[in-house]
Design a protein around this ligand. Structure first.
Ligand SMILES: NC(=O)c1ccc[n+]([C@@H]2O[C@H](COP(=O)([O-])OP(=O)(O)OC[C@H]3O[C@@H](n4cnc5c(N)ncnc54)[C@H](O)[C@@H]3O)[C@@H](O)[C@H]2O)c1
Length: 263
């Protein structure tokens, strides 16, 4: 895919999957603006990828809008938006599905869902007019539920749903929407919870995720899965939800037996 002269914004681009996607887009010719809470790392990645980076909290609509305006002024109209900033919290230490504090639920909702909504509000129609791409990094947890982190699973399911809404609403205008749903990826996000269900399909490197995403963008595919078993699990869930819940309960019991906790 030749992206010469294209302008891309990558949120959460200072680390992990976002950084790898920024580098892969830049290798194909795009200039990248990175928005991340980590100012220094965002600057470093942005500069190395033909653009710039800044400290931006994607959950702050005013700050995100200022950043988008600055990108348009300095690099030009945006062709590609990668809404990738995200975070998770566990249900620990109690491990009940409703145990995480309200503040943890709020931050997951604001970052994992509203970060994409704010960007779409300001850019979806503009990017559609350029036949560009809008990527939402959700997670396999959004398709299948993760065990031991209800706020992450529920907000990533909402992220998948919002990606669907975006594609349905703006697809006819020319917007190419991609919903990236990896299982385990070797990034700082999973440090400390490596034994959880997300690692059962094995951990892959962020660079591999980036290459899979770029291929899907080239082929204009909506749902981007990175692990071999994910499509089968999704099909199984779609066919028989009760049997799937039973299987997940069994898996949770196995994890608790092995780890002393569900993740
Ligand atoms: N690592 C995995 O196994 C995995 C699997 C599926 C999905 N994901 C998703 O991939 C995305 C990237 O995660 P990663 O694994 O590369 O983790 P990471 O921790 O390496 O990167 C996440 C980046 O997002 C930034 N960020 C967090 N909150 C932000 C905010 N409010 N505003 C701006 N930036 C913010 C962080 O500073 C960090 O640089 C996330 O949405 C995550 O949920 C990760």
């Amino acid at each position: 895919m030749d992206l010469s002269g294209k302008v891309a914004i990558v949120t959460g681009g200072a680390s992990g999957i976002g950084k790898a996607v920024a580098e892969a887009l830049h290798q194909r010719g795009a200039n990248i603006a990175v928005a991340d809470l980590d100012a220094k790392a965002a600057q470093d990645v942005g500069k190395a990828c033909g653009g710039f980076g800044e400290a931006v909290d994607v959950a702050n609509e005013a700050a995100l809008t200022r950043f988008i305006n600055k990108v348009e002024r300095t690099l030009g109209a945006v062709d590609i938006y990668i809404s990738n900033a995200g975070l998770g919290v566990t249900d620990g230490p109690g491990w009940g599905a409703g145990d995480a504090p309200n503040a943890a639920w709020d931050v997951c909702w604001q970052v994992n869902v509203m970060g994409s909504v704010f960007a779409a509000r300001h850019l979806a129609r503009k990017i559609a007019a350029r036949q560009g791409h809008f990527v939402i990094t959700a997670s396999a947890a959004g398709l299948l539920a993760q065990i031991g982190d209800a706020p992450y699973s529920a907000t990533k399911a909402a992220a998948v749903s919002f990606a669907e809404c975006l594609a349905i609403t703006h697809g006819d205008e020319g917007l190419n929407v991609h919903c990236l749903c990896p299982e385990g990826v070797n990034t700082p996000l999973v440090q400390g919870v490596e034994g959880g269900a997300q690692g059962l399909g094995g951990y892959i490197e962020a660079s591999e995720v980036a290459e899979t995403l770029l291929k899907a963008m080239e082929e204009k595919r909506f749902l981007v899965m990175t692990h071999a078993n994910t499509p089968g699990y999704v099909a199984h869930k779609g066919q028989d939800r009760d049997r799937w819940v039973g299987g997940m309960r069994k898996l949770r019991r196995m994890l608790v037996e092995k780890l002393g906790r569900p993740m």
